[in-house]
Every structure is written in structure tokens, then in C-alpha cells.
Write a protein that binds this ligand. Structure first.
Ligand SMILES: [Zn+2]
Length: 448
């Protein structure tokens, strides 16, 4: 039984709200027991009892979890304490826990819509350096709160608004030392991320048989949901631009008639890097194209740095900037609040087989990168070194030639203005589709 199931059980649909709230606290206590057994759980459990004692006061709260929206979120900090508060239009069950490496507080909520200020505009305050929110999975919303160091959840309190049916979830945090934090979090091994981290391995179980005459192209719009990717000057998110280009690219390649085309995501939802790899493996991709866009933090350089770059996989980065970009893109799972475990695909037993496959795949990846950079240069602005390489996790695919395209810099005002237009997105998709056509025509012609 995963801990999620443990938390699910007390919340029967017909249950009286006051009872649900009381049990919410018991559940938070239970979660806290797993997360931080020495400090939080007694407080949360006591709070649960306190709620049960006051059940007459909370009976009017809405019990409907349907159509709940999050309307505002804020950080409240003074010299001694930091709190995070989120306003919800109705009553829901929340799970709150902490993670290390880096230190974060995760708030899991049922599927709800966010009608708040765009992510990335909130200022750091107190123990909180940043926070973001969005869909984490099909029916799960998540808020990830980055903290400046290890923190203890002193209290997670759900209160009713003075008027209407809204509620506010307020989480009080205080600093703690890393040793005590480690003692509390190390025990939790049954987190949902264990299944999430099942990475693609070299066995062929469950794979679609390959049809050489009809290649499968997997298009991978980066980021999504809780992970916005880079955020431009006007709060344009990378995840939005790459999804639009991905959809245009799917139509453009489908119009060529000779390919099966699949998207790793077709909505604003988070997909972990390992799920993307698994998807490509299961569908026996003949080519994998990951779409991204970058932004640089230094404003005074933003005007000068622009253009598209095509990346392929290499353990050693081609240059310092390529390494920096790979680090940023590889952080997607961390941003979404996934725990990191050693991937089973890194297993030594598989490594020889993978190495043999890799050499051939790497040659194909480099060939496609060359064709793609050439086609893109005919249509859009390119960076100064448009073909580079670095250790991108999403490109670690022994079977499928794969590239990652940084389509441009949304920190550059000119790039950003263009990249949000349908004209630019279609033109870019057309250029990538032309590269796909040209690459496979040559590959089929070269076949003995
Ligand atoms: Zn990206």
C-alpha cells in the first residue's frame, strides 16, 4: 500500500465536512509521521482532535471538490516565521510534505484549476525562494515551494474565508538543521515518484514492432503543467510555445503521409523525463525530437543572445553554455517535485548492449542534427553555434536517434515576439518536417 492510499481512505464522499476536516488532520499527522516523525506529527494529530472537538463550527463548509479553483497564493514572512497561503474556491484534501536535494515543500491537491497571477512573478521572501504551480498528473495539481534550506512544517491549516465558500490553506514553516531534516525524510520510500522513475531499459517487452517503411516520429514538447520551463520577459512560458510548435509539427509531418507521429504530451500537463524516454522506447521511435526554448537571466545580455540551436547527446558538453543548458533542462523533474533515484537503465548489466546500440544511434543523431540545422537556417534565426552537444537526460536513448532543439530565446524581445505568433510556429514546424523528410529519404536510399 502506497502512502497515497493511506491518505485516501478516510475521505468518503458522503462524509460530514467537519469529520472530513478532522480526518484530514489525522491524515496530515500520518503524512507528517512519515515525513518528519519527531516534530510535526504530534502537532498535526492534536490539531485533528481539536477540529473534531469543534465540529459544530465547520459544518457549513462546502464539501464539493468539483470545479475548485485556486485564486491566489502568497508568501507571508517576518523576521521569525514564513508562511505560504493559497486561497481555494472550495474544500479539498491536501497533502503537504517536504523533500531534500534541493529543499522543497510539496503541496498535492486534487485536480483544480489555477486562476492566479502567472508563475514566475512572485518574489522570494523569508524561507521561501520561489514557488510554482500547475497540473502534475491527469488528476493531480501540485504546488512546489522552493526553500532556502531545510524547513519544518510547523502547521498546515485549512480555514474558511469570512464570506462565501472559499477556504485558505496556510502552511507555516520554520528552519531546521539538515541532520534532523534528513532523519525525517529518509524513511519515506513509497512516494509516487518510484513508479515515475521507471526508466526505459534495453529489453523489448511491450514494444511496438518496428516498421522500417513507415518510421515513427516522437515529438516531445518540453516541460508542462507544474514545470513552465523558461519564462520570458512578458511571462511567456516555454511550455506554451513548445506545445504549439509540437502540434504544428505533428500536422506538418502527418501531411507528408509516410510517417506515424506521436506527441509525448498534447496538453498542459507535466511529464517526467523518464516517462518521455519510456514513451519513445515503447513506441519504437525511429526519431525523437525534443522541443525547447531558452531564456537567460542577465537582462543586459538578453538583447544580444538569440537564435535556435540543435543539441545531440554527449557525455562531455561541446562548450560551457551547452553544459549549462543541459543542467537547466535536466532539472525539470526536480522543478516538478519528483524525488531522484538511481535509474534502473543505468544498471551495469545493460551497459555493454546499450553502448553497441548507442554508437550507431549517435551517428544517426548527428546526421539528423546536421540536416535539421541546415533546414532551420533557411527559415529562422540561428544561434552563433547552431550544432552543439551535452548530456541531456531526455536524449539518452540507445534505440532512437534523438535531438533537442532550443528554438530561440524568449528572453530576447525580438525572438519572443516572433515565437508567440502562429506564422513563426508554422514556419518552424515546416522546416523541421522538411528535415525529417530529407533525413529519411537519404536513410532509405543508403540502405543496402
Ligand atoms: Zn526546456
Amino acid at each position: 500500500m502506497g502512502w497515497e492510499r493511506v491518505l485516501d481512505w478516510p475521505f468518503g464522499k458522503g462524509m460530514h465536512t467537519a469529520e472530513r476536516f478532522a480526518k484530514y488532520w489525522v491524515a496530515v499527522g500520518f503524512a507528517a509521521l512519515l515525513v518528519c516523525p519527531f516534530v510535526v506529527s504530534p502537532i498535526a494529530c492534536l490539531a485533528g482532535k481539536a477540529w473534531a472537538g469543534q465540529s459544530g463550527n465547520v459544518g457549513e463548509l462546502s464539501v464539493s471538490a468539483l470545479h475548485v479553483t485556486a485564486t491566489d497564493a502568497r508568501v507571508i514572512a517576518d523576521a521569525d516565521a514564513t508562511s505560504f497561503a493559497i486561497d481555494l474556491s472550495g474544500d479539498v484534501t491536501a497533502e503537504v510534505f517536504t523533500l531534500a536535494n534541493p529543499y522543497r515543500v510539496i503541496v498535492d491537491l486534487p485536480n483544480l484549476s489555477f486562476e492566479m497571477k502567472p508563475a514566475g512573478t512572485q518574489k522570494a521572501r523569508g524561507l521561501i525562494s520561489a514557488f510554482r504551480y500547475g497540473l502534475f498528473a491527469e488528476r493531480k495539481a501540485r504546488v512546489v515551494i522552493d526553500t532556502t534550506g531545510p524547513v519544518r512544517i510547523v502547521r498546515a491549516d485549512m480555514t474558511r474565508a469570512k464570506s462565501g465558500s472559499g477556504v485558505t490553506l496556510k502552511i507555516d514553516l520554520e528552519p531546521m538543521d539538515a541532520v534532523a531534516f534528513g532523519a525525517g525524510t529518509g524513511a519515506r520510500r513509497s512516494a509516487p515518484s518510484v513508479a515515475e522513475n521507471q526508466t526505459a531499459v534495453a529489453d523489448d517487452k511491450g514494444r511496438k514492432p518496428r516498421d522500417e517503411s513507415r518510421p515513427t516520429i516522437v515529438i516531445d514538447p518540453g516541460h508542462g503543467g507544474i514545470d513552465p520551463g523558461a519564462v520570458g520577459a512578458d511571462n511567456v512560458a516555454e511550455k506554451t510555445i513548445v506545445l504549439s510548435v509540437g502540434r504544428h509539427l505533428k500536422s506538418a509531418i502527418e501531411n507528408l503521409k509516410n510517417f506515424d507521429v506521436l506527441l509525448t504530451r498534447d496538453s498542459d500537463v507535466f511529464v517526467s523525463l523518464s516517462k518521455r524516454l519510456q514513451f519513445s522506447h515503447e513506441h519504437s521511435a525511429d526519431l525523437f525530437i525534443s522541443l525547447h526554448a531558452d531564456a537567460i537571466e542577465e537582462r543586459h545580455f538578453a538583447g544580444n543572445i538569440r537564435g535556435a540551436t540543435v543539441y545531440t547527446l554527449s557525455e562531455r558538453a561541446s562548450d560551457a553554455q551547452a553544459r549549462l543548458i543541459a543542467d537547466k533542462e535536466n532539472a525539470s523533474d526536480l522543478i516538478a517535485g519528483l524525488e531522484m533515484h538511481d535509474a534502473p537503465g543505468d544498471d551495469q548489466v545493460q551497459s555493454i548492449l546499450i553502448d553497441l546500440l548507442k554508437r550507431e544511434t549517435a551517428n544517426f543523431s548527428n546526421e539528423f542534427s546536421r540536416v535539421l540545422a541546415g533546414q532551420l537556417a533557411k527559415s529562422i534565426e540561428m544561434s552563433r553555434a547552431p550544432q552543439r552537444s551535452a548530456a541531456f537526460k531526455v536524449l539518452k536513448q540507445p534505440h532512437a536517434p534523438s535531438v533537442l532543439v532550443e528554438l530561440g530565446y524568449i528572453s530576447n524581445p525580438d525572438d519572443q515576439d516572433k515565437m508567440t505568433t502562429e506564422i513563426w510556429q508554422k514556419k518552424t514546424a515546416g522546416a523541421i518536417a522538411a528535415a525529417v523528410q530529407s533525413y529519411f529519404s537519404k536513410r532509405l536510399a543508403d540502405r543496402p
